[in-house]
Write a protein that binds this ligand. Structure first.
Ligand code: ADP
Ligand code: MG
Length: 253
């Protein structure tokens, strides 16, 4: 048994309706690592992220997803989440009528329950969150607003980061956490991701900008094209892509 390995994807093929979107995809992530996936729009990055999280629309027609040495290829999304997978959305949803703090506490207490730990009451939960908000340069008032309702692009992304650090899963996947952020917010979020990373967890970020990778310095950068990982490098790879463009990169490596 490999205790270092958190995620292993073996020969994965994914279809949406009858179209193959992901093909023959292989890669694995060990504890303590940050991985990035880059690729043009439509290359299948979000499909891969949602497939790992168990989104029902994506049909796994070949291959396996192994998480902490267990085959989760056909598990329900809730089970995957309980086992330790977090997915931050590319387009976070707004939930009218539900305050951010109630939503976060509900998610947190569900997690506590599966871990057989005591649930957090509203007051102590507010204290936990107030500390986390400070770290991410957000005002307390943020907690009383409805989930993502009227949030700016940057605030929605920060909210995803907040959820990630609160739920503290073995594997956190962040899909385009950097899109729509100004330089300051991007720097702040990158630092937060970096601080969250430790020797027991793993992070997979999906992006098509070099900047986030520059800040995060992931161990591995995978390039996706038409549903396949066509190249695996490190943060230098992202620099090359930034300077030369995807087409040049893909034609020459
Ligand atoms: P990326 O995140 O790299 O931009 P996506 O995974 O969103 O790429 O999309 C990969 C391909 O799958 C695209 O051709 C897209 O049109 C298709 N696709 C993704 N989601 C759906 C869906 N829900 N229904 C139909 N086609 C989809
Ligand atoms: Mg996407």
């Amino acid at each position: 048994m490999n205790t270092q390995q958190i995620l292993k994807i073996k020969n994965l093929q994914v279809k949406i309706q009858n179209e193959i979107i992901i093909k023959k995809l292989n890669f694995s992530i060990n504890r303590g690592e940050i991985h990035a996936i880059m690729g043009k729009n439509g290359s299948g990055k979000s499909t891969l992220a949602k497939t790992i999280a168990g989104h029902p629309r994506y049909n796994i027609t070949q291959g396996q997803i192994i998480f902490n040495n267990e085959d989760i290829t056909h598990e329900e999304p809730e089970i995957r989440s309980n086992k330790g997978i977090f997915l931050g959305f590319q387009y976070p949803v707004e939930i009218a009528g539900v305050s951010n703090i109630d939503f976060l506490r509900l998610a947190y207490n569900c997690e506590q329950k599966t871990l057989n730990k005591p649930e957090s009451d509203p007051l102590s939960f507010f204290e936990i969150m107030a500390k986390k908000l400070k770290n991410i340069n957000m005002d307390d008032s943020f907690l009383n607003r409805n989930v993502n309702e009227g949030f700016s692009g940057g605030e929605k992304k920060k909210n995803e980061i907040l959820q990630m650090s609160l739920l503290n899963k073995d594997l956190s996947i962040l899909d385009e956490i950097d899109s729509g952020l100004d330089v300051e917010a991007l720097k702040n979020i990158s630092e937060h991701i970096k601080n969250f990373s430790n020797k027991n967890n793993a992070i997979l970020v999906i992006t098509h900008y070099e900047k986030l990778i520059d800040y995060l310095q992931p161990e591995y950068v995978h390039i996706m094209k038409e549903g396949e990982i066509v190249y695996t490098g490190n943060y230098e790879t992202a620099k090359l892509i930034e300077n030369k463009g995807y087409d040049f990169f893909l034609n020459n490596y």
